[in-house]
Design a protein around this ligand. Structure first.
Ligand SMILES: [Zn+2]
Ligand SMILES: [Zn+2]
Length: 291
């Protein structure tokens, strides 16, 4: 465990960053507005779980009863139309315990089930720490979170001052937000470390310390969001893709932008996701918003 992912008040930073990116990334504004509203609910669930301290064996029932209703409400009030319809339909026929348990067990889920479960379970796991994380199912190895067995959502390079292990590269868990050190130039999806099988794509005009390709053709998608022609929108984010498993994730370099909050910046980098998908790669796990 290391770095900002375990800061005392993770939600403060997430809210700050969401507000910043909302102003700067008009292409992601709708998504960030919803995420900002959801953060309010998650922060409350986080604080509530810290004082309630439900035991690990009661995790599913606690989340289903105490958190899911508020996540449903904010989704119906502020979510995109497609999500609103899916959430309303889903709740007519389901006990929330089912989709919460499925997420904790690592089962396959529909987008809407996974969204509801994940948005609700995340802050509680974050609040309760390793004992609750240990109750989650999943493989514990380098490709999965050592605390809960969840898959990596993203990769990040820590600030040099925080660089105490593993050459500064970390993976962030999609389930409990824990992080673990991981070798550079190694695929977090399958462990491939032959550099000829790994591809890095960065936006044109972005300096990358390691070999890789340059993302071209993004400008058209970003419209006039670029402040100037030579200033990249994502100077601190790159796509790390693997030819062996055909998967990718986004990697956030905090040294290139110390104000970044990996979990927020990753959500607001849709054009990079689209680019990777067009090249035939699929994300190791879609992020909270389904991209
Ligand atoms: Zn985890
Ligand atoms: Zn791979």
């Amino acid at each position: 465990m290391a770095t900002a992912a375990v800061a005392a008040t993770p939600y403060t930073e997430r809210r700050r960053r969401t507000g910043e990116l909302r102003r700067r990334r008009t292409f992601a504004r709708e998504l960030l507005d919803f995420y900002g509203a959801l953060l309010g609910v998650q922060e409350q669930a986080y604080e509530q779980a810290i004082s309630a301290r439900p035991p690990a064996r009661a995790l599913v029932a606690y989340v289903a009863e105490m958190v899911v209703p508020a996540v449903v409400d904010v989704s119906l009030a502020a979510g995109p139309a497609k999500l609103r319809d899916a959430v309303a339909l889903r709740l007519e026929s389901t006990d929330p315990c089912e989709f919460v348990a499925a997420w904790i067990h690592g089962d396959d889920q529909t987008l809407v089930d996974r969204f509801l479960a994940r948005a609700s379970v995340g802050p509680v796991l974050e609040a309760l720490g390793s004992e609750a994380a240990a109750a989650c199912e999943g493989v514990r190895d380098q490709l999965h979170c050592p605390d809960c067995g969840g898959p990596p959502q993203l990769s990040f390079f820590a600030l040099p001052a925080e660089d105490l292990a593993s050459g500064g590269r970390f993976l962030l868990c999609a389930r409990c937000q824990g992080s673990w050190g991981y070798a550079r130039m190694t695929c977090p999806g399958c462990g491939e470390d032959s550099s000829s099988r790994l591809q890095i794509f960065s936006e044109e005009g972005t300096a990358s310390g390691e070999r890789g390709s340059v993302v071209r053709g993004l400008e058209g998608r970003l419209g006039d969001h670029r402040v100037s022609e030579d200033k990249p929108v994502f100077p601190h984010i790159r796509i790390e893709a693997c030819d062996s498993c055909r998967r990718y994730l986004l990697s956030i370099d905090l040294a290139a932008d110390p104000t970044a909050v990996p979990v927020v910046d990753e959500l607001a980098a849709l054009p990079l996701d689209l680019y990777a998908r067009e090249r035939g790669f699929s994300k190791i796990i879609p992020n909270l918003m389904g991209f």
